[in-house]
Ligand binder design. Structure first.
Ligand SMILES: *Cc1c(COP(=O)(O)O)cnc(C)c1O
Length: 501
């Protein structure tokens, strides 16, 4: 009925108001007597004339058009749309945090500094890296920061290396970040199993190579089982290994990149660590490094001990009691690549992560990895009879279907994704990774129930059956959403944002 919510201007009715103020009890003066001419509007502003209930219903309805994890299953591969516990939001909204000013002296910010410091230590424990910075604002920003650290480290060794090697299954941000940092990118083809080809890597990793940039588990949802040898090849050639840890879900509590020989790792707090994302909102892409790369991390570093706040060294104040830990920001790291983000980064996200980790505890975190793998394999198993799943016999936290067969029958990966909307499911990631034809990348996450997984599998099976029998029924999907199939390019490039009379 209100599927097609009109613009609020279209609901306008002359003279209708939200609020009618009492009559003015002081003499009225014309506005022209009160403001200089140049400040007055040339023509009357066109505002919608609506009642309060009109406004409330309009925006409430619009808000309900959002598809979100809080309403439905969202198996968007590589994006880890897990449930974001509401306790995270409570913590992030505590006044002690929201009313802090970023310029407040560190003596008055001991609480948040302790939280950030502790969070860094937690990430160290989880990942096996030696130190973390929380500054980068997103995964891709973490990658860029990592590339800058690699460059700074090699420069310091007097080494000029120009190349970064990246597998062809990588997320698009990987080559983009390397290129933005001035590196040449060499792509290496995955082997038939969807993994890094160790022999190809051996030949490719020469004295001109600064680093290998890998993702483990990779974007096919497969664990790089030769990871120890892969890291050794890079290290033997004097290079480094960067790991894109945006999707760390499957490893949580099971294994650690730091133990595999990874030199730099970024994590996406807004994926693995249950902070809301999508729609371009704030994220956080902390990076962890090994001991030898620690001096190059961005400043300021959050450290504990005595004295020193900003650039200048200041005597310790007596705020911290005897023997109490005192947190401060240390700018005195001469090899640092400098600052990559204003203030401390997106601390709202960090508070949510900290809350998430504390509320799960060690045992809970260890279950995340196992359940995310179990859920993905459960779905994979239910779909294998109906769809082609080209790589691997088992998967990590996600898997990639190829709708090649369905395409031949008359409906593409895009059609299948669109059809899922009619069943109330968000579409999986499609046409990525690039090495899978008609790819549908499915990541259920550990937060979904058996019932939800079954319902999704049923929908996928129904769609496959429909494509076999009457592909046109899927080709025109979605049929029940407020908007069917917009021209995707036009919708993105020429959105109608203005309302004209
Ligand atoms: C999401 C993602 C990124 C980029 O993270 P942003 O926070 O969106 O910049 C990089 N690599 C992989 C594998 C990802 O899934």
């Amino acid at each position: 009925m209100y599927q097609n919510e009109p613009l609020i201007f279209e609901k306008s009715s002359p003279g209708r108001r939200c609020f009618i103020p009492p009559a003015c009890d002081v003499p009225e003066k014309p506005i022209t007597n009160l403001l200089p001419q140049k400040m007055l509007r040339k023509r009357e502003i066109k505002l919608p004339e609506v009642s309060e209930i009109d406004v409330v219903r309009h925006f409430t309805r619009l808000s309900q058009k959002n598809f979100c994890v809080d309403t439905n299953f969202y198996p968007l591969g590589s994006c880890t749309m897990k449930y974001n516990p509401k306790i995270n939001e409570d913590a992030a909204r505590l006044e002690g945090f929201t009313k802090l000013h970023p310029y407040q002296p560190v003596e008055q910010c001991q609480g948040i500094l302790e939280l950030l410091y502790t969070l860094e230590q937690m990430l160290v424990t989880i990942s096996g890296m030696k130190a973390f910075t929380l500054q980068p604002a997103a995964g891709a920003h973490g990658e860029l920061t990592g590339m800058m650290i690699i460059r700074a480290y090699l420069d310091k060794q007097g080494e000029k290396r120009h190349k970064i090697i990246i597998p062809d299954s990588a997320h698009g941000t990987n080559p983009a970040s390397a290129a933005l940092c001035g590196y040449e990118v060499e792509s290496i083809r995955s082997n038939p199993a969807g993994l890094i080809d160790v022999n190809k890597l051996k030949t490719a990793f020469d004295r001109n190579t600064a680093a290998l940039m890998i993702t483990n588990p990779n974007t096919l949802g497969l664990f790089e089982k030769d990871i120890l040898e892969i890291c050794k090849i890079a290290h033997d050639a004097g290079g480094l290994v960067y790991c894109d840890g945006a999707n760390m879900n499957a490893l949580l509590g099971i294994t650690r990149p730091g133990d595999m020989g990874i030199d730099i790792l970024h994590l996406n707090l807004h994926k693995t660590f249950s902070t809301p994302h999508g729609g371009g909102g704030p994220g956080a892409g902390p990076i962890g490094v090994t001991e030898k790369l620690k001096p190059f991390l961005p400043v300021p570093r959050i450290e504990t001990g005595k004295k020193s706040t900003t650039e200048g060294v200041r005597q310790d104040t007596s705020v911290a009691g005897q023997g109490q830990k005192y947190y401060f920001l240390n700018y005195q790291h001469p090899d640092s690549i400098g600052r990559v983000r204003a203030f401390y980064g997106h601390i709202g996200i960090m508070i949510r992560t900290y809350t998430y980790l504390l509320s799960l505890g060690k045992e809970g975190i260890c279950k995340v990895g196992k359940f995310s793998i179990l859920n993905a394999n459960y779905l994979r198993h239910k779909l294998i009879k109906y769809y082609d799943i080209p790589y691997g016999k088992t998967c990590m936290h996600e898997f990639v279907i190829s709708a090649k067969k369905q395409r031949q029958q008359g409906a593409s990966a895009l059609d299948i994704a669109k059809r899922l909307l009619d069943y109330g499911f968000h579409a999986p990631t499609i046409y990525f990774p690039l090495i899978v034809e008609e790819a549908l990348m499915i990541e259920p996450t550990e937060t979904e129930s058996l019932e939800t997984l079954d319902a999704f599998a049923d929908a996928m099976v129904q769609i496959a059956t429909d494509i076999e029998q009457k592909p046109e029924s899927v080709r025109n999907a979605p049929k029940t959403t407020p908007v069917g199939r917009p021209d995707e390019v036009k919708a993105a490039r020429e959105p109608t944002l203005k309302w004209e009379h």
